[in-house]
Design a protein around this ligand. Structure first.
Ligand code: AMP
Ligand code: MG
Length: 340
């Protein structure tokens, strides 16, 4: 299959949105930019189209997809028995990087949710994503547009590195502004729980859900065979091909540690940079978790090109968006954390 490139410059934007919508209505797959990461979209109403997402990504069949909508009126039918708190949260955080898990509505085939009775729903803030959803007139199932297990794609180039020839089209937008996937919360438990951290932080969520809890799978390795609330959290994920370790410690300790390694590279903070003698990639300043979120996945992808046998990543703080960055890195490192 030849993957169409749909450009989004001023002169071809409308045409690309229309072409993307036509492909989606015909049951095809299109990678689209969103504010979190690029998503691989298909009609959430079409079982056959949804199957193509799982195939192109090599995604395990038991890992459910997020359904994307462009207007709150589309929630009805996608979900059912929607609690009042969902509308309050939608008013506060939508459009934006928050996914809510609700009871699955009659419109959505079971395969979207990997057979679960629940469904994950989000309204993206990215204007291209919203224009494509509107133009197609469909709710769109869209997981991250990467090969399953690899770092999520934050630019169209990374989508093509993984999926060129396996999907019908990619919409070439800019870099994703947030850089990590949405915060996922479930409203199907009491109290509600954060299953995956993202740019909408626990502190912000507490303004709507005072008793919300962070699920223990966010920061710890699930035990083998245990039932996890969010199937996606049980896989090794976001990982470069090179062996990766997450390292906690001060600038002094981190730089001394990586400098003692042979054939290793560091993914570090700008504060560390001057003292590092091995190959390095900076992913921002330790002081600003939003920049770290923006850069973390491209750093993990680029690190594979450095030709080393080990990658050591300086761990961010777990506060604010830092919790999301830490959550992705601990999985990229297959839960190997070195505390200095
Ligand atoms: P991705 O679309 O690649 O960002 O991954 C979606 C994430 O949301 C995965 O971690 C899924 O396991 C999780 N998810 C989606 N739908 C559900 C659901 N119905 N219940 C629990 N987790 C879900
Ligand atoms: Mg993903």
């Amino acid at each position: 299959m030849i993957t169409k490139r749909l450009e989004t410059g001023a002169d071809n934007y409308r045409k690309s949105v229309k072409t993307a919508a036509e492909i989606l209505k015909a049951g095809g797959t299109v990678a689209i930019p969103t504010e979190t990461v690029y998503g691989l979209a298909a009609s959430a109403l079409d079982e056959n189209a949804v199957k193509k997402i799982f195939e192109a990504k090599g995604r395990p069949q038991d890992n459910p997809l997020i359904v994307h909508i462009a207007d709150i009126s589309e929630l009805d039918g996608v979900a059912r028995e929607i609690p009042e708190a969902a509308y309050t949260a939608a008013e506060r955080f939508w459009p934006g990087p928050l996914t809510m898990i609700l009871r699955r509505g009659g419109k959505i085939p079971a395969c979207v949710s990997a057979g679960l009775d629940t469904v994950a729903v989000r309204m993206p803030s990215d204007s291209t994503a919203r224009d494509i959803i509107r133009e197609s007139g469909l709710p769109l199932a869209a997981p991250s547009a990467n090969t399953s297990g690899k770092p999520s794609p934050t630019s169209a180039r990374y989508v093509l590195d993984d999926l060129d020839g396996k999907i019908d089209a990619v919409v070439i937008g800019g870099e994703c502004s947030v850089g990590v996937e949405s915060t996922v919360i479930t409203l199907c438990t009491d109290p509600p729980r954060i299953l995956r951290p993202g740019a909408v932080t626990p502190e912000q969520l507490k303004t709507v859900f005072p008793d919300i809890k962070v699920d223990k799978a966010v920061l710890s390795e699930p035990t083998k065979g245990a039932k996890v609330a969010s199937p996606g959290m049980k896989y090794k994920h976001y990982a470069p091909k090179t062996e990766t370790y997450l390292v906690e410690g001060t600038t002094e300790k981190f730089t001394e540690f990586v400098n003692s390694k042979q054939n290793a590279a560091a993914i570090c903070f700008s504060e560390d940079s001057g003292r590092i003698k091995v190959k390095k990639l900076c992913y921002g300043t330790a002081e600003d978790e939003s920049t770290l979120a923006h850069e973390v996945f491209s750093a993990l992808r680029e690190a594979d090109g450095l030709g080393v046998s080990e990658i050591y990543v300086h761990a961010p703080s777990k506060t604010g968006v830092g919790l999301a960055v830490y959550n992705r890195l601990i999985r990229a490192a297959a839960f190997r954390v070195i505390k200095l």
